[in-house]
Design a protein around this ligand. Structure first.
Ligand code: FES
Length: 122
């Protein structure tokens, strides 16, 4: 079980929902399930419209580190993933701050998910 808090200027207030880790649900899927209007277009890791900033709210080893190949490419092309951040994710298990909600699988950790409400803008 993970607490996922969505925060955006387009929301009246922050919304915290419980997500079941192991469901293999993406953050976009969790947002949709709770009627949270997170921008998305392709839902396939290619357009970058579901850009989010993820902050881990727990003091334990980060879990949501894995980036899909599409996520790596789209974030890199959009200047949201540096080579250093990618190397840190792949070799040091340090998750990068910016992610794609349609690619991020929810893990068993509490996170803050920030987005602007504008497609592709965190
Ligand atoms: Fe297009 Fe996520 S909706 S990259």
């Amino acid at each position: 079980m993970a607490n996922v808090t969505f925060s955006a200027p387009t929301l009246e207030k922050d919304i915290t929902v419980y997500a079941v880790a192991g469901d293999n649900k993406t953050l976009l899927g969790v947002a949709k399930q709770h009627n949270i209007a997170l921008p998305c277009q392709c839902q396939d890791g290619q357009c970058g419209s579901c850009l989010i900033k993820v902050t881990i709210l727990e003091d334990k080893r980060p879990a949501g580190i894995h980036l899909t190949e599409k996520e790596k490419l789209t974030l890199s092309v959009n200047g949201k993933l540096t080579k250093e951040q990618l190397a840190n994710a792949e070799t040091n298990d340090m998750p990068p701050p910016y992610r794609l909600a349609c690619q991020y699988i929810v893990r068993n950790e509490d996170i803050l998910v920030e987005f602007s409400g504008e497609p592709g803008v965190e």
